[in-house]
Design a protein around this ligand. Structure first.
Ligand SMILES: [Zn+2]
Length: 266
């Protein structure tokens, strides 16, 4: 990985200004912006987990359509909105409005290179509301551009039941899902000896249960109220093989989305 993000044929950071302008001015061009966070993920995963995964899925999806869609992936935004994690240590968070402003500035100046569309690919649940908002603010200020955003793990909702072994709650923060992806992509950064199951004791029936099972109700608690380790779910069920399958299928889902964004942008 480059210090500025994953290295691939579609990495913005590896291009010259002329190459970026050539891609941006092509018909149906899309710029992809991975958005992560630096936040604690328990004892078994590194704090950059969300940034690493958003970046990797972005590059995979983009590379799979690069023959048909002119597109580039910017370096990942490594700082997110994680106030609920700070008390456990290791976390750096932006104020919500600062993250919004950062994403607006990145989007506005990326689009100035002639791109017809932009897609934010978020890796952290706490950023999701900001992604929804920035799609509206950037869309409003760039009426010519197609503006979209998603949180990548939600792309797994159609196939996750074929892969998951944990009960609902097992694929939460640092659980079976994220740990499997990290074992596939960055095994050297995972300490499976410290990967213990810890299920969330959510008092609200309509509260969020899992990365893939959201609830209607939003609540606020410090993360240490949920979890002793800082992770939630069952990372002990994670495997590199599951991570490989998840990654492959997430890449296909994102590739479809990026094709659609490009079509809408033309
Ligand atoms: Zn995470």
């Amino acid at each position: 990985m480059l210090p500025t993000g994953r290295s691939s044929s579609v990495a913005w950071a590896t291009k010259t200004r002329r190459e970026i302008r050539d891609t941006g001015t092509a018909d149906g061009s899309v710029v992809v912006v991975p958005v992560g966070s630096i936040e604690q993920h328990g004892h078994h995963l590194p704090v950059a987990t969300d940034t690493l995964l958003a970046d990797a899925v972005s590059h995979l999806g983009a590379e799979r359509v690069a023959d048909d869609v002119p597109l580039l992936v910017t370096p990942p935004i490594w700082s997110g909105f994680s106030p609920h994690h700070t008390s456990l240590g290791g976390t750096m968070t932006l104020e919500l409005e600062h993250l919004l402003a950062l994403l607006e500035d990145v989007a506005d100046t990326a689009l100035e290179n002639g791109f017809d569309g932009i897609c934010f690919v978020n890796g952290h649940g706490g950023n999701a509301s900001v992604i929804d908002n920035v799609v509206s603010t950037v869309g409003k200020s760039n009426p010519e551009a197609e503006v979209a955003g998603l949180t990548y793990f939600q792309l797994a909702d159609s196939f996750i039941d074929e892969i998951r072994e944990s009960d609902v709650g097992g694929m939460a923060h640092g659980g079976e899902f994220e740990t499997s992806l990290m074992l596939h992509l960055h095994a050297d950064l995972v300490t499976m000896d410290d990967a213990d199951a810890e299920y969330l004791d959510e008092p609200y029936e309509r509260g969020t249960q899992d990365l893939l099972v959201g609830g209607a109700l939003s609540t606020y608690r410090e993360f240490e109220e949920y979890s002793a380790s800082g992770a939630i779910g069952d990372p002990s069920l994670a495997s590199a093989a599951k991570g490989e399958e998840l990654f492959d299928r997430l890449g296909n889902e994102l590739a479809d989305v990026l094709c659609s964004v490009s079509e809408q942008a033309r």
